[in-house]
Design a binder for this molecule. Structure first.
Ligand SMILES: Cc1ncc(COP(=O)(O)O)c(C=O)c1O
Length: 448
């Protein structure tokens, strides 16, 4: 197969092309309608930050398979690791047998995960499974039953993690009772404080709400097993929590014997310019959940916990596929590439991107806020700057316009556009994307 010989988009026709139309028609007949496709991209192959569709159009991918392909599409070192491992041992199950790749990756993850205590790792196949494992371990280790999570949070869609998820009502509608004992509290969004409705760093308000309302009126802190938090809310709209808020939350957990579970499924593996987003606040979680970027697109997740918490007995929790040798080989190659320069690249190119975009709220009438860290950046759209009324449709139109310019981006939350490219993108690609989105915003503003 020939290489994709461009690092910028190259469109050959109006989208979608004829082959894409055919696939979409069949998809509509055969595939579950629960998926949320924003525009008609039908992928054929990927390389680095580029995606070629089934009609030969080439796109610049600033969505990365929902923040997954950390090292880009089909990085040669990742492909080589997968192929080598697949020829040797595809599966045997770490539940019943031993293989050294489980340890090799665990040692690396433990080394880069904050906290003075030794840690242990439990492998899964996805983000939601990492959260399920954390929920179970938190109950098992504390003997407590209740959980606290945040409005706007997304932790997955299986019944346990869905009980924490409070991102969009559609994700819960129709699924009946979820697990009981989950309390949701406001997440500090400095652009629109959920408690005051104003723009200010409202971390203190959210902490006061937890201590003065939730712990006083709803649940005794001594009954709470864990607080689950995304250091940067992902599906909720790419909202970084103020660092002091995270530190205060860690203090509250320590004071009440509550476990702090940091969900780094989207924000981890170098995306924010450090291994984990929680490092920006200097906190040490009791449990850290990872998935998405960990294996550059192979299905793998990890729950990393303080060793002294992992007291559960054989059979208490396990997974047939979790930590499959082929996924672990991809993760080991991914880890080396991230450590070898891609995390630093995410920090550098992320700063460059943010510099280019930071003036947008002044420049464009429909952009309310630009925020984020590293290559996890969000642009929030509003119909009115004063009332900060969310502009869901305008955001969607900007995302769609960008697609027609060859740039793949996704929405996050009600009205935010997210940029979460592979961590290897360069300044030229960043410049192109910024120009394409600026043009898209101008067009959408013009038509509004
Ligand atoms: C922060 C966070 N946690 C958990 C999940 C669930 O991951 P998965 O879709 O792999 O189950 C996601 C997915 O978007 C996520 O962003």
């Amino acid at each position: 197969m020939t290489a994709i010989d461009t690092k910028l988009p190259r469109l050959r026709m109006a989208l979608p092309g004829p082959n894409a139309k055919q696939v979409i028609a069949l998809d509509e007949r055969h595939i579950s309608p629960s998926y949320t496709r924003s525009y008609p991209l039908v992928a054929r192959r990927g390389q680095g930050a580029m995606i070629e569709d089934v009609d030969g159009n080439v796109f610049l991918d600033f969505a990365a398979g929902i923040a997954v392909v950390a090292t880009g599409h089909c990085h040669p070192k990742v492909v080589e690791a997968i192929q080598r491992q697949a020829a040797e041992l595809i599966h045997i199950s770490g539940t019943d047998f031993y293989y050294s790749q489980m340890i090799d990756l665990a040692e690396k993850l433990e080394r880069v995960t904050p906290g003075r205590e030794p840690k242990r790792v439990f492998y899964v196949n996805s983000g939601t499974e990492a959260i399920e494992a954390a929920m179970k371990l938190a109950r098992y280790a504390t003997g407590r039953e209740k959980f606290i999570a945040f409005h706007g949070c997304f932790h997955g869609r299986t019944m346990g993690s869905l009980s924490l998820t409070a991102s969009k009502a559609v994700q819960r509608k129709g699924f009946g009772s979820l697990i009981s004992g989950v309390f949701h509290i406001p997440y500090p969004n400095p652009y629109r404080c959920p408690l005051s409705g104003q723009a200010h760093d409202c971390g203190d308000d959210c902490i006061a709400h937890l201590e003065k309302v939730v712990f006083k009126k709803l649940v005794d802190p001594a009954d709470v097993a864990a607080i689950f938090v995304e250091p940067v809310q992902g599906e909720g709209g790419y909202v970084p929590a103020p660092p002091k808020f995270l530190r205060d939350l860690a203090d509250i957990c320590a004071r009440h014997g509550i476990l702090l579970v940091v969900d780094e499924v989207q924000s981890g593996m170098g995306r924010t310019g450090k291994w984990w987003a929680c490092e920006h606040a200097g906190i040490e979680p009791d449990i850290l959940c990872s998935a998405k970027g960990i294996a550059s697109g192979m299905p793998l997740g990890a729950m990393i916990a303080r060793a002294s918490l992992m007291t559960w007995k054989p059979g208490a929790h396990a997974s047939t596929f979790g930590g499959n040798p082929v996924c672990l080989a991809a993760a080991l190659a991914t880890f080396d590439l991230l450590e070898g320069g891609y995390i630093e690249n995410a920090r550098r190119v992320g700063e460059h991107l943010k510099d280019l975009m930071k003036g947008w709220p002044e420049r464009f009438g429909i952009v309310g806020d630009v925020r984020g860290m590293g290559l996890m950046l969000g642009v929030e759209f509003v119909t009115d700057k004063k009332s900060r009324e969310p502009a869901h449709d305008l955001r969607d139109r900007v995302v769609e316009r960008a697609f027609h310019k060859g740039v793949l981006v996704l929405g996050a939350g009600e009205n935010t556009l997210r940029l979460c490219p592979p961590l290897l993108v360069d300044e030229e690609q960043a410049d192109f994307v910024v120009r394409a989105i600026e043009e898209s915003i101008t067009e959408v503003e013009g038509a509004a």
